[in-house]
Every structure is written in C-alpha cells, then in structure tokens.
Design a protein around this ligand. Structure first.
Ligand code: PLP
Length: 411
C-alpha cells in the first residue's frame, strides 16, 4: 500500500473524502493552493485548514518501511477529521477509539469493528455496552473496577492490560500519571480477570505523547515481557498481543524510535511468530498533514513592536499551546499586497487570538514583516491535538473551521 496512483484513486473515493474536491498540488504548491482558495472565495476571511493527503500517504509508507511488524491503529483523538480517517482506513490502518462517539465516527466510514481497539482504560458503562452491541471486541483496562464493568456489559471482550510504562521523562504529554497498572498491581489484576473468566490477550502501554527518549520503548517492552511471563505463571492462556501505544513523531527521529522498538522486540520477543504487535500513533500521521490559514483581523503598532490579532487562537486550534505544550510557527502568505515579505525588514511581533482573554496569545517575539489587516498567516504542522480540542469561547467556533483537501505527490 502507499503512494501509487491506484491508492490515490482509492483514497479520493474513500468515505470521508468522496464527493469532496481534492486539488493536486505542484511542488511547493501549497501556498498557491491557499491563495486560490482565498481568491475564489473572495469574501472569505474565516480561518481554514488544508489537509494534504499526499503527506498522509507518504507517512503511511514511512511507517510500513520502518515498523512493518507493528500494525498502526490511528488514535482518533488526535484529529478526528473524516477525510483523514477515510484516507487512513483506505491505506489499511486500524483505529484507536476512546469513546462511543469516536467508535461511531469510524464505523460510519464502513470500517469493520474488528479494526477498532477501544483503547481507553476507564470507560463509561454505556460506552462499554455500545462497544458490545457493535462488536468492538478489544479494549484496555488497568483496574479491578474496570474489569467489573466489562464483566457486566461486555464479557466476551478481549482485554489488554495497560501497564505504566517507565515514562519518557522528556515526553511532551506524559500519560503515566493517569494510566497504567503498577508492577505490583499486575498479578492481582490478572488474577481478578482469571476469576471473572475474562480473556486477557496481551499488554498495552504508552510512553507519553511527543516522546523524545526512545529507550522508554525498550524499557516498556521489557516490562511487557515480564507481564507475559506472569500470565504464563498464573496458567492463563498464552498472551499474544503487544500494543506499543503512540508517542511517535514523523520527523527524522522516527527512524531512531523505530529501530529502538525493533531491537527491543528482537531482544524480548524473539521467535514469536504468534505475537501480534499493534501501535496507536496519533501525532505521527496527523501533525504535518494539516496547515492552518488564519486571517489578520486587527493590528496595533507600538514603536518597533507590531501586534496582530488573528481569527483563531488559544481557545481554538492553538489550544495545543496549552494542552499539548506545542510551539507553533507561522509565516505570512506572500501575496500581491505584501510583496515586501521576502527579504523585507522584520519587526518583533506578537500574534494574539481573537477572544478577549489576554491568555489568548499565540506567539510573542516573532520576527514578521510589516503585515496589514486582511493579510493571511499560515501555520504549518497543525494537525495534532489542535481543532480536536478547540472550543466555542467568545463565539469563535473551532468545529466550524473548514478543511480543504489537497494532494501533493510525495515522490
Ligand atoms: N493511545 C492512547 C491510549 C493515548 O492516550 C494517546 C494520546 O493521548 C495515543 C494513543 C496517541 O498518542 P500519540 O499522538 O503520541 O501517538
């Protein structure tokens, strides 16, 4: 699977994409495409996203080349954009869903329930009941209370015990403080599952989102091996699923993360043809595929300082600055009215979001050329944990932001 014309055709016809216009981009064509959107929708000043499906295809290829043994289950929470989900479904991804609504959105694309893991260790009873109804039969747990709920509402569900991975201390968003059984909790939890006649088929972990210290994968895989051995000692059916979670980013460091995972699998799970390895990448597929275009709606000059207001901010797409500890970057969309962008003098600039809260500050100390009201600022790499967690604060409705689809040839 990957970036061949047949796959492109399939993606263009995929649910979530079908019926929408997909613009083919020439090299460096993204800004030209954005220009054309702005000029054809003349009065349009609202912010919008561009999703480059070519990037998604290239990333899927990259994953398959580097981690062929780990079947990706895209983490929908990262960005539930239907076109992204449809493209990933066509490429062959499974899906990590955290709620009933996420399961519904994936099923509505025609994805079979067997390609979904309900990867939330603490689920509402009504959501468990729903999963049972639609045949989503794989989930995670890390407490006895969760086992009791699953026993009651979905006793046939296969389970992965989520263990607290030795967190990557440098991860952008550590998940260890909230989820994962401690080493001393593993045996009692497995025994409780045994007593309840629930089937624990394997182990799950997440070293933290936006991971930086990849040895955490090795330590977590080693910890998982110990859990497999504990289950065997307790006389449980042989575990056969290892879920290595997310934490991956798509930059050059991906190769190092992947080779760390591969080496650890070799070391701790050698000669195990029956082992199924899955992963739950979110950021890896979503981050670089989306560019956000925002319009400058206000300006103030204070000496050498330039202050701009744009129509998306901290309460919208840029909530990632608060919740995902992201550092966003922007560039002006060079256009006829701002030809001075290239090589022009830059000013120390502040970029504010549109709401009336001073917290709504997107960038400070950013060198930008002199820009004017109605100019556009582009934010690349805005696909991960952005629109997904935005609000309607002050009437700026994040979920109303449109997404235009493009395709750049990755080759
Ligand atoms: N799986 C689970 C259970 C998560 O909680 C998350 C993120 O919070 C992910 C996968 C996706 O992680 P990432 O975006 O780092 O790949």
């Amino acid at each position: 699977m990957g970036s061949n014309p047949r796959t492109l055709q399939a993606i263009v016809g995929a649910p979530g994409v079908r019926g929408k216009k997909v613009a083919a981009l020439s090299k460096d064509g993204l800004t030209a495409f954005i220009q054309s959107i702005i000029s054809t929708k003349h009065e349009m000043k609202e912010p919008f996203y561009v999703l480059d499906l070519g990037v998604v295809m290239a990333l899927f290829d990259k994953w398959a080349r580097n981690l062929p043994m780990a079947q990706p289950f895209y983490a929908v929470k990262c960005n539930p954009n239907p076109a992204l989900l449809g493209a990933l479904a066509t490429l062959g991804s499974g899906f990590d869903c955290a709620s009933k609504a996420e399961i519904e959105s994936v099923l509505s694309l025609g994805v079979s329930p067997g390609r979904i893991i309900f990867a939330n260790p603490c689920k509402a009873e009504s959501h468990i009941k729903y999963a049972a109804t639609v045949g989503v039969n794989l989930t995670t747990f890390d407490s006895k209370e969760e086992l009791e709920k699953i026993k009651k509402w979905h006793p046939k569900c296969a389970l992965l015990i989520r263990v607290k991975a030795p967190d990557d201390g440098g991860a952008r968003c550590p998940l260890g403080p909230k989820y994962g059984a401690l080493p001393e909790e593993v045996t009692p939890l497995l025994q409780a599952a045994q007593t309840a006649r629930l089937t624990v088929t394997g182990v799950s972990f997440h070293i933290g989102s936006g991971a930086m210290q990849f040895r955490a994968y090795r330590e977590a895989i080693a910890a998982a091996k110990t859990v497999f051995e504990t289950a065997a000692r307790l006389g449980m059916p042989k575990m056969h699923v290892l879920n290595i979670g997310g934490g991956f980013t798509a930059g050059p460091q991906f190769a190092e993360a992947a080779s760390t995972v591969k080496a650890a699998l070799q070391e701790y799970f050698p000669n195990e043809p029956s082992l199924t390895v899955i992963a739950e990448p979110g950021r890896f597929f979503a981050e670089s595929a989306f560019t956000l275009a925002t319009n400058i709606i206000g300006k103030r000059v204070r000496g050498d300082l330039r202050e701009y207001w744009i129509n998306d901010g901290i309460y919208g797409s840029m909530n990632c600055i608060l919740y995902d500890h992201a550092v966003v970057t922007c560039m002006p969309l060079a256009r006829a009215s701002t030809p001075r962008c290239k090589g022009a003098r830059t000013y120390d600039s502040t970029v504010f979001g549109p709401t009336c809260d001073a917290l709504d500050t997107v960038l400070k100390g950013c060198p930008l050329p002199e820009l004017q009201v109605n100019d556009w600022l582009l934010f690349p790499n805005m696909g991960a944990y952005t629109a997904a967690a935005g609000s309607n604060f002050n009437g700026f409705n994040t979920s109303a932001i449109l997404t235009y689809l493009a395709y750049s040839n990755p080759n």
